[in-house]
Ligand binder design. Structure first.
Ligand code: KMH
Ligand code: ZN
Length: 271
């Protein structure tokens, strides 16, 4: 089976002052995504920023970003409903009304660095149900062991459909530490038909991404997860990170999934 490469060009935390190559406007984000598509990415995980670079769930900015991406390439758009710690859950959940092909679903509230990431149980159930209704495929972001159990409970309640797609997030302060042991433990606990990738935040990004690929996971790359290409060296954009992930996969004798292959693996219905 081929490997799905996801680009995550911009996250909720960093600013251009942290890395001047971070794309923040809809045009910059669409440009970074189109380049990543050219380098083999089949999925684009999208966070939005306003004119002051603040994370936003503004529907106009979201629409414009989605349209600009679609004009440039047929990549599958995965909208982040995590958005950023300063945006309310009620605003964040409205993003799925734009019917991106996929969107993240964060199953639990947690400490997130020095902030709080609020995902209240009632809201999560409402969002999961709405995503199912709209045909938006959830990517389940699990930062700790109990988050997996919360997802399995949603499956039991009929709010999720298999195959479940997980991001095992390692290295957020408040979630699991970025260690190989934690990754292996989580992979061993996933349900049988699960599709998964590692999101390794910060220093251990490269090593854990490589281990994830070797263990049979998909792969994600971009400035959301690490601002550096090598220790102490800022990445001059998303493309070098995406190219490195593509190289890692190919060096492990893995083929990258096309958009059509990714749609099939993820069980996405045709747009
Ligand atoms: N950057 C991730 C650790 C989401 O996109 O839904 C958290 C996040 C969640 O950004
Ligand atoms: Zn994200």
């Amino acid at each position: 089976m081929s490997v799905i490469l996801t680009v995550a060009p911009t996250g909720p935390i960093a600013f251009k002052s942290d890395n001047p190559h971070l794309p923040t406007s809809p045009e910059e984000i669409a440009g970074a995504v189109a380049e990543a598509y050219g380098a083999g990415a089949a999925v684009a995980h999208i966070h939005l920023r306003d004119a002051q670079q603040r994370p936003t769930a503004d529907l106009q900015i979201a629409r414009r970003t989605m349209d600009l991406i679609a004009e440039r390439c047929p990549i599958l758009i995965q909208m982040s409903t995590g958005v950023g710690l300063s945006v309310s859950f009620e605003d964040r959940e409205k993003l799925v009304e734009l019917k991106p092909r996929m969107a993240t679903l964060n199953p639990c509230s947690m400490s997130f660095g020095e902030g709080e990431f609020l995902n209240p149980p009632k809201g999560v159930r409402r969002l999961a149900a709405r995503m199912r209704e709209l045909g938006v495929k959830p990517e389940l972001e699990i930062y700790d062991t109990g988050h997996l159990d919360a997802c399995l409970q949603l499956l039991k309640e009929g709010l999720l459909a298999e195959p479940l797609q997980f991001s095992i997030v390692l290295g957020v302060k408040g979630g699991m530490a970025a260690t190989p042991d934690n990754l292996v433990m989580m992979v061993n606990r996933l349900p049988e038909r699960a599709i998964w990738q590692v999101i390794a935040i910060g220093k251990a990004n490269l090593q854990l991404t490589a281990i994830g690929l070797a263990l049979g996971g998909n792969v994600r790359a971009g400035l959301e997860d690490t601002l550096q290409l090598r220790r102490g060296e800022l990445s001059p954009g998303n493309l070098p990170l995406v190219q490195r992930a593509a190289r890692l996969a190919r060096d492990l004798d893995l083929e990258l999934a096309s958009v059509a292959e990714a749609e099939q693996q993820l069980g996405l219905t045709r747009a």
